[in-house]
Each structure stands twice: as structure tokens, then as C-alpha cells.
Design a protein around this ligand. Structure first.
Ligand code: 5BU
Length: 395
């Protein structure tokens, strides 16, 4: 028998899987209740990471909210001892539950189903992108608070929790070149953002103290730090780029990102460093710049890699929602209050277009804030526009 720990003990072997096993051995998972299937998938991932094969899981009660389909799409067959329908039937026949209550529960279950984990075809088909059918499907989106429970990585949960608590889906892209200017601006607009994104390599006066101060501001204002490093090399190299050099990114950035051009070795390399430090990654599935090549099959392959590494990958940089798995967070750069294009091909969409129409989750705004006459007032405007657009999806 093997046991999966929820967290590695901070003493001893630090293993997530306890027990005796040989690589390549098969293991059956036993669970008490399945709702979305997330917990079973986490166990599958932990077992796979140590070379144990899993194809089946047994559950005492299947709440029939889509968990079986989600697991099946990941190659896991779920066998349930009992389903919620059976339990309701037994209780009603034994006069323990009124017909009215049974109906209420059935309605709740049918309205709160989790969609199977699949690659959304909108990733490769522009024709369907604006179709009313796909818009209708996306209208059924879940609230941040509901999605946070489905995340596979602690940083995904944390980001959703911050967005809900601070009522903001605004990420500030702090592309400033002097540390103190950047820190002062972040201190000023910190209450209005869920995340601050940096390009630490454009700072003219970088010192390790800069990252210490940024971390302090992140605690003070409750935002996450995202270093937009865009790793794009083989696994062995990115491991060093992520943990070492002058910037030591894995030590202070909660989230970083990667291009998938090298294949999933880039994710594996980053994961080796980041996962034990509680860090996470987003994959660049699409870009905002004119003529970029991150489209079609490339985007599709990116989503697949994200799903395969969902213990570390929390979402995608993209121009619209791509994955139907509500655990993944979609972040969109190229946002200003007016649509347009800059002199170097950066294309801009409005917060409303990005969140309400394209169903992304986070707007990433740089010059729209730091080049504004009053950056604080601008940040408030973007916060309000982004959050209103999010809420409009539930009207
Ligand atoms: P802007 O000033 O709002 O245009 O800044 C956008 C930021 O997002 C900037 O840091 C870019 O490097 C970053 N970005 C982007 O604009 N488009 C992309 O596709 C990706 C990142 Br990936």
C-alpha cells in the first residue's frame, strides 16, 4: 500500500509518496468522494513522478459533477461503489428525503458540473472564436472563488484568492528601468493589482536588495510577483538561468514563463528547480504582437504541454481563453483603454474585449499605467474596467 501525502514533510525524506514500490509497478487509487477529480489527478501525478503506473481509481461516492469524465480524458477509469443518484434514490425510498429536496440537489448537481479537460478548439479555429455557440459555452464560467479549489498548484489557488479578495484582475507590467522608480510606483498602485510583472533584466541598477524590497511590497499589498523571463532553451540550461546568475529568479518570483519552442524539456528543467520552492510557470500560447508565429498547432501543442505539467503550469499567456479546464488562468498582455497598435507592432485590445468577450482572466497593462499622467488614477480605471468586465459574465 502507498500513501500520498498532501505536502512533503519538511524533515526526513521529503517524499510525497510513502511506501515500498518498484518503478513501473501498477497502482490502484482508492478515494472516498470524487467531485471534480482534481484530488485523484494530483495523486496520479505524484505517482507518475516516481514511476508508478496508474490506469484506474475506485471511489466510494461519485457526486456525478464531471469528475469521471475529467479523469477519463486523462486516461484514468473511475469505478464508483455508489453514485449520488443512487444515494438520493435510497434516501427518498426510505422517506429520509423529500421529493423537493431530491429535486434541489439534482438541480444543484446539474448546474455545477465541471467540464472535461480538453484542448479548446478555439485555439486553432478563428471561425469558431467569435461564434455565439462558443460564447454561450464560455458564459457558463465559474467564479474565481470556485476555480481556486480546482487548481493543481498552490500559486494558482493563491492568485484566484487574491483576485477575489481585492476585486482586481489587473496585473501591472512594471517595465521601468530604475529600481526605486519601479518600487515607488508599485507601492503606489499595489492596492489595485493582483500581480506585478517584471523584466528584471532591463533594470539599469539591479541589486539583490531590489528583489527583497519587491517581496516586501508583495506582502504589504498582497500581490503575486511574475518575472516575464520567457525561458526558451533546453532544460539543463534553463535550470541554471532560473536559479542562478545575478538575478536568481526562482528565489523571489512566484511565477515565471516559458516559450515551448524547445519542447517540454524547458518545462521539466524549470519544474526541477521551481516546484520544491512552491513556484509555478505560465506558458506562452499566443502573443500580442503583429505577425507572431504562436498560432494554430503551436498553440494547441502548448495547451497539451500545460495539461501534462499542470502541477507546475498554472496557465497561459494568450489573447483569449484557450483551455476549458477552469483550473488554468489565462493572462493577456496588449491591453489599453483604446484599441490600437504601437510603432513596433504591439497590438492593443480593451479590458472589456479581453475579459468579457474573449474570456481571458487577467489583463496585463504596462504603458497604459506607467506612461499615464497619473498612474494611480490609470491603475484604478483599469482595475474597474477589468473587474466590471469579469462580473458582466455572470449578469
Ligand atoms: P505594454 O506597455 O502594456 O505594451 O506592455 C506589455 C508587457 O507585456 C511587456 O512587458 C511585454 O514584454 C509583455 N508581453 C507582451 O506585450 N506581449 C506578449 O505576447 C507577451 C508579453 Br508573451
Amino acid at each position: 500500500m502507498l500513501i500520498r501525502r498532501k505536502e512533503a514533510k519538511d524533515y526526513g525524506t521529503k517524499k510525497l509518496i510513502e511506501g515500498r514500490f518498484e518503478q513501473g509497478e501498477k497502482c490502484l487509487i482508492i478515494e472516498d468522494v470524487v467531485t471534480s477529480g482534481t484530488s485523484v489527478m494530483e495523486t496520479v501525478d505524484a505517482l507518475k513522478s516516481v514511476g508508478v503506473v496508474v490506469t484506474d481509481a475506485v471511489v466510494l461516492l461519485d457526486r456525478e459533477q464531471g469528475g469521471a469524465d475529467r479523469l477519463s480524458s486523462q486516461g484514468i477509469k473511475l469505478h464508483s461503489v455508489c453514485t449520488l443518484t443512487k444515494v438520493l434514490d435510497i434516501l427518498q425510498k426510505a422517506d429520509k428525503l423529500s421529493a423537493e429536496m431530491v429535486k434541489k440537489v439534482q438541480t444543484f448537481i446539474s448546474e455545477n458540473k465541471f467540464e472535461p479537460i480538453t484542448v479548446n478548439k478555439r485555439a486553432v479555429s478563428d471561425d469558431t472564436r467569435n461564434s455565439s455557440e462558443s460564447n454561450k459555452r464560455n458564459k457558463k464560467c465559474l467564479k474565481y472563488s470556485e476555480r481556486q479549489d480546482l487548481c493543481y498548484n498552490v500559486n494558482g489557488k493563491k492568485l484566484f484568492a487574491i483576485m477575489e479578495a481585492k476585486k482586481t484582475n489587473l496585473a501591472f507590467s512594471a517595465d521601468l528601468t530604475y529600481s526605486q522608480t519601479l518600487l515607488d510606483m508599485v507601492d503606489c498602485i499595489g492596492p489595485h493589482v493582483c500581480m506585478v510583472k517584471t523584466h528584471v533584466d532591463i533594470l539599469d541598477d539591479f541589486t539583490p536588495q531590489f528583489t527583497e524590497q519587491l517581496k516586501k511590497l508583495a506582502s504589504k499589498h498582497n500581490f503575486m510577483i511574475f518575472e516575464d523571463r520567457k525561458f526558451a532553451d533546453i532544460g539543463h540550461t534553463v535550470k541554471h538561468q532560473y536559479s542562478g546568475g545575478v538575478h536568481r529568479i526562482s528565489g523571489w518570483a512566484d511565477i515565471t514563463n516559458a516559450h515551448i519552442v524547445p519542447g517540454d524539456g524547458v518545462i521539466k528543467g524549470l519544474k526541477e528547480v521551481g516546484i520544491k520552492e512552491g513556484k509555478s510557470c505560465v506558458l506562452i500560447a499566443e502573443m500580442s504582437s503583429e505577425g507572431n508565429l504562436a498560432t494554430g498547432d503551436y498553440t494547441k501543442a502548448c495547451l497539451k504541454m500545460g495539461e501534462e505539467h499542470r502541477d507546475f503550469v498554472i496557465g497561459y499567456i494568450c489573447q483569449s481563453r484557450l483551455s476549458t479546464d477552469p483550473a488554468f488562468i489565462h493572462m493577456t498582455p496588449g491591453v489599453q483603454l483604446k484599441e490600437g497598435i504601437d510603432a513596433l507592432g504591439q497590438k492593443y485590445l480593451t479590458p472589456h474585449e479581453v475579459i468579457a468577450n474573449k474570456h481571458s482572466d487577467v489583463i496585463i497593462v504596462g504603458r497604459g499605467i506607467y506612461s499615464a499622467e497619473d498612474p494611480l488614477a490609470a491603475a484604478k480605471m483599469y482595475q474597474e474596467a477589468g473587474y466590471k468586465a469579469y462580473e458582466s459574465q455572470f449578469d
